[in-house]
Design a protein. Structure first.
Length: 95
């Protein structure tokens, strides 16, 4: 029997390819950038590891803005980091 193919995605922070289920998906919407917990929301999206270091690398390289093709201010990135911080913390507790 053949094995089912695992979809791989690339983190915009560390640039490593990982299974899609291990990454967070961020999408752009009318009200800014939002986390997509289902991974199925319409529109352009980027993927990040569930690690604060990858977010910081992506922020420094402006990879989130470039990947979503929108301009994000420092304030918007700060709000996004605050929203994602609870995910980063909960992932480390589960490990």
């Amino acid at each position: 029997m053949t094995q089912k193919r695992v979809p791989m995605r690339r983190c915009v922070g560390c640039m490593e390819s990982k299974p899609k289920k291990e990454l967070l998906r961020l999408t752009r919407s009318e009200d800014g950038v939002r986390r997509d917990p289902t991974g199925k929301a319409n529109g352009r999206g980027v993927y990040l590891c569930k690690d604060a270091d990858c977010f910081k690398k992506a922020k420094k390289r402006r990879a989130i803005s470039r990947g979503l093709e929108i301009e994000l201010s420092e304030e918007q990135l700060g709000r996004l980091f605050a929203e994602l911080e609870e995910v980063f913390v909960s992932e480390h507790k589960d490990s």
